[in-house]
Write a protein that binds this ligand. Structure first.
Ligand code: ADP
Length: 457
């Protein structure tokens, strides 16, 4: 087993990894930017190293500094968390070349899934249904338009290197197409330094259903059930839950089997997620695979009792995973992402100092956060300040718990999405489990308005 893990990340996920390592008796090294000097992950790790100035490209993304930090502190493994370098195959390669274990899949596996166009080919080759689309990246706008016309509008133009909802454009008709195509390309170049895009049929009124995968170096690959992440804004997840209100046991089995087949095809090792779309007719299609731990992993942890981060560390050390088959899924779990954003101002980030911070608690309530009273949310990074996860014996109970937890989650000094999340919990469509990925922007548009500042959620 590893002796010391360097965590190449910040915020709540850095704390989450520190906890898992500590429980396994492993020491930790925190790295931080000048803006994160006062962060809890720096305080709670055994060792810490400053990487550089606040912007991520000068600190959290500086590979040579991370490797140097690991060498100086004697770390024998690096956990990348999510975001930053988590899906950077080159980083995984450099770790290996420096004799440091990368806690995640192999560079080859990251590459196979990191490029969305390659991932689609890999999945299609093992019989997993993929969203109808161009066979690979496409450069010529007329050729792309030809596909769109044949497939039928709307279509979605996606950056092959995409992530975080960037470099994605929906085109509703031929007039719209050329403009959207160019926009997606230029967004892809500026966000990922790679302008490759491909075109897919846009599935209206679909749900985002993803399966948690775990694999080890002994040939075991399983799924740990799904998460329904259809409550989104601009292709970004806000609320996740499991089990999905839309799945029957038969559908879960079919989708889970397809997800495992895809992961097995590349001998997947570590924690990963196979993301799929379930269309309005109940047909499912592979969308992409994330080769890392995800923000919403606690949903699965509460539903199954499996500690995914600990398993991730164990399998990276070459141990056999403890679960050999899908564990039983107990009750119902909902997660709300609490962001330092102002829903009344188009969800614009609202960094600043937190004066009051009261975290909810109680049976079945979990809060993963790096924030505290007196903490200043820096403007440089993601605006998520906490994840609130509630476990009930059924969906109704989980919603009831979440409503109460949101009411007692008091954050003062900055504006957060807590009141908005409370409104979603009270929405009749949400209560019925009747929603799709565009629900908030289309039918739920009223939820995005008319928030009374300071009102109870
Ligand atoms: P990213 O990697 O940027 O997160 P994804 O490929 O995971 O992008 O897609 C994010 C979201 O975009 C999905 O959850 C879904 O809401 C929407 N989406 C992506 N592809 C399609 C599609 N073909 N049809 C309908 N919605 C899509």
């Amino acid at each position: 087993m590893f002796k010391k893990i360097l965590i190449a990340n910040r915020g709540e996920i850095a704390l989450r990894i520190i906890r898992a390592a500590r429980e396994l008796g492993i020491e930790t090294v925190a790295v931080y930017s000048e803006a994160d000097r006062e962060s809890l992950h720096v305080r709670f790790a055994d060792d810490d190293v400053c990487l550089g100035p606040a912007p991520a490209r000068d600190s959290y993304l500086k590979i040579p500094r991370l490797i140097a930090a690991a060498e100086i502190t004697g770390a024998d493994a690096i956990h990348p968390g999510y975001g930053f370098l988590a899906e950077n195959a080159e980083f995984a390669e450099i770790c290996a070349a420096s004799g440091i274990a990368f806690i995640g899949p192999t560079p080859h596996q990251i590459r196979m899934m990191g490029d969305k166009a390659t991932a689609r080919k890999t999945m299609a080759a093992c019989g997993v249904p993929i969203v109808p689309g161009t066979p690979g990246p496409i450069e010529d706008v007329d050729e792309a338009l030809e596909f769109a016309v044949k497939a039928g509008f709307p279509v979605i133009i996606k950056a092959a290197a995409g992530g975080g909802g960037k470099g994605m454009r929906v085109a509703r008709d031929a007039d719209d197409f050329a403009r959207s195509f160019q926009l997606a390309r230029s967004e892809a170049i500026s966000a990922f330094g790679n302008g490759d895009v491909y075109v897919e049929k846009y599935l209206e009124r679909s749900r985002h259903i993803e399966f948690q995968i775990l694999g080890d170096t002994h040939g075991n690959v399983i799924h740990l059930g799904e998460r329904d992440c259809s409550i989104q804004r601009r292709h970004q997840k806000l609320i996740e839950e499991a089990p999905s209100p839309a799945l029957t046991p038969a559908l879960r089995e079919a989708m889970g089997e397809a997800a495992v087949r895809g992961a097995k095809a590349i001998n997947y090792v570590g924690a990963g997620t196979v993301e799929m779309l379930l269309d309005a007719n109940g047909e499912f299609f592979f969308m992409e695979m994330n080769t890392r731990i995800q923000v919403e992993h606690p949903v699965t942890e509460m539903l199954t009792g499996v500690d995914l981060v600990k398993e991730q560390i164990r399998v990276a050390a070459g141990l056999e995973m403890r679960e050999k088959q899908t564990p039983s899924l107990r009750g119902h779990v909902i997660e709300c992402r609490v962001n330092a954003e102002d829903p009344m101002r188009n969800f614009q980030p609202s960094p600043g100092k937190i004066d009051v911070f009261n975290v909810p608690g109680g049976n079945g309530v979990r809060v993963d956060t790096h924030a505290y009273a007196g903490y200043t949310v820096p403007p440089y990074y993601d605006s998520m300040i906490a994840k609130l996860i509630c476990h009930g014996r059924d969906r109704e109970e989980a919603i009831a718990k979440m409503k109460l937890a949101l009411e007692t989650f008091i954050v003062q000094g900055i504006t957060t999405t807590i009141p908005f999340l409370g409104k979603v919990m009270r929405d009749p469509h949400f209560a019925k489990g009747d929603f799709h990925t565009k629900f908030l922007e289309q039918e739920g548009a009223y939820l995005l308005k008319e928030l009374v500042p300071g009102a109870k959620p």
